[in-house]
Design a protein around this ligand. Structure first.
Ligand SMILES: [Zn+2]
Length: 209
């Protein structure tokens, strides 16, 4: 029962957050109550500048407050999320992934939470970081290996089924020199490490390191 009460509580928090972004009714006597097409067309302006519905949705549905220690405890000795081991690399269920703000990419939910925090804090410091690649399912790993060649053979792709992208633990980032320097100084605070030589854009969620 406590678990149900906790879910109820979380749902009402989510409803409250969504309601705070919902369109305010415009009082105008005699006006039809249905939204006009122009109101729908301008729906993007309902959200804070620079954000989209996806950003708001992510911010209200993510499991906030997963500490780095908690995230680390959810990884097995091979560094993969224990809860995903039964599914396999590149076969992670959608429900275990969460969106990365400002992109169409996703990561294992605790990693996404910390990367979203990292990107938001960098932005506050005037540093722009974009996401070019997150979770990669098995078929995508096969495609990338064909395009970029295997890392072991001088290319830039892991053998399909072994990429950290296949656990939703790695992200490839768009980093100018300022952002690269910022990452090297601060990423560790968010559990991210630069761990592949020749790939300064590739950052892995490794909170136990
Ligand atoms: Zn990568």
């Amino acid at each position: 029962m406590e678990a149900i009460a906790a879910i109820d509580q979380r749902l009402s928090e989510i409803h409250a957050r969504i309601a705070s972004f919902a369109p305010r009714p415009t009082p105008s006597a005699g006006a039809p109550s249905a939204l006009s097409s122009s109101a729908l067309a301008s729906s993007a302006s309902l959200y804070p500048a620079g954000t989209s519905f996806a950003d708001v949705f992510a911010s209200v549905t993510q499991t906030s407050g997963t500490s780095l220690a908690t995230a680390a405890s959810q990884l097995n000795s091979a560094g993969a999320p224990t809860s995903l081991a039964g599914y396999g690399n590149g076969r992670v269920p959608e429900t275990s992934l969460a969106p990365l703000a400002g992109s169409n990419e996703r990561m294992w939910a605790p990693a996404a939470e910390h990367l979203n925090n990292l990107i938001a804090d960098a932005k506050k410091a005037g540093v722009a970081i974009s996401v070019t690649d997150g979770y990669r399912d098995y078929d995508s790993q096969v495609r990338v290996a064909a395009q970029k060649g295997l890392y072991s053979e001088g290319g830039l792709a892991a053998s399909p089924g072994t990429s950290e992208h296949g656990w939703g633990l790695a992200a490839d980032l768009g980093l100018d020199p300022t952002a690269q320097a910022w990452m090297r100084e601060h990423a560790k605070e968010y559990g991210f490490v630069e761990n592949v030589p020749r790939e300064p854009w590739h950052w892995e969620f490794s909170p136990s390191v």
